[in-house]
Ligand binder design. Structure first.
Ligand SMILES: Cc1cc2nc3c(=O)[nH]c(=O)nc-3n(C[C@H](O)[C@H](O)[C@H](O)COP(=O)(O)O)c2cc1C
Length: 209
């Protein structure tokens, strides 16, 4: 009898463990590109670096994209990968807007400072970026053209200065037709960090696949 109880208990424990193991195997990646992390700061003092932002008048202390990455760090077990281009951008918008546009117009394949992650390990990709020239920056487009996101769920999060999502969802699906954008979020870049944090947290609460 004792043996039978032990056997039943061990069977129940095994069954109870199955969903937990399955959940652990579903891996997520936060893949993002942020301008403030891709500035050539050679020769600049700290104040000049902190001024490098399109928003100009600062109603927030840090890039709202980084605020959202922070929320994802707090709320998910996702791995984090920040795209860092090998050829960094000028800190002054007047100097970097033109080259950023040319990269996009010429569809340049950009080099990165580090090897890209092995995307095959992930089921879900939280893809974050600002809108640049009515679509994604060329760093994101480079990845979209080199990676295979087939069958993956993409949760898009972005920042903009009036264009909303612009053409980004279409760009993603044109290069990754077999991925699914399960949900998307964007915030105007001058929204305060605090407001962005609470809106994005509420968005994550609502996501259900
Ligand atoms: C090269 C470049 C192009 C941009 N193009 C657009 C655009 O087409 N539409 C838009 O709403 N915002 C555009 N922006 C504004 C960015 O989306 C804005 O800088 C960002 O949301 C705020 O990020 P930051 O805090 O890193 O500056 C552009 C910014 C840069 C640098």
């Amino acid at each position: 009898m004792k043996k039978l109880i032990c056997l039943l208990l061990s069977l129940l424990t095994t069954i109870a463990c199955v969903p937990a193991i399955a959940e652990q195997e579903s891996k997520a990646l936060v893949l993002y590109f942020d301008y403030s992390e891709n500035i050539d700061t050679t020769g600049l003092d700290v104040d000049a670096i902190s001024q490098a932002s399109m928003a100009g008048t600062r109603t927030r202390d840090t890039s709202n994209l980084l605020v959202m990455v922070d929320v994802l760090k707090e709320r998910t077990n996702a791995d984090i990968y920040s795209l860092r281009v090998a050829d960094l951008y000028a800190p002054d918008f007047g100097d970097m807007m033109g080259p950023a546009r040319e990269q996009k117009e010429n569809n340049e394949m950009l080099a990165f400072q580090e090897e890209l992650p092995d995307f095959s390990r992930y089921d879900v990709i939280y893809l974050g970026t600002p809108v640049w020239w009515y679509g994604a920056p060329q760093s994101i487009l480079t990845v979209l053209q080199q990676a295979d996101f087939s069958g993956k769920k993409i949760v898009f999060f972005g920042i903009h200065r009036g264009s909303g999502f612009a053409g980004i969802p279409e760009e993603i699906l044109s290069y990754q037709p077999d991925a699914v954008i399960v949900d998307r979020f964007t915030v105007e870049c001058q929204t305060s960090n605090e407001e962005t944090r609470s809106q994005f947290a509420a968005f994550l609460d609502l996501i259900a696949w």
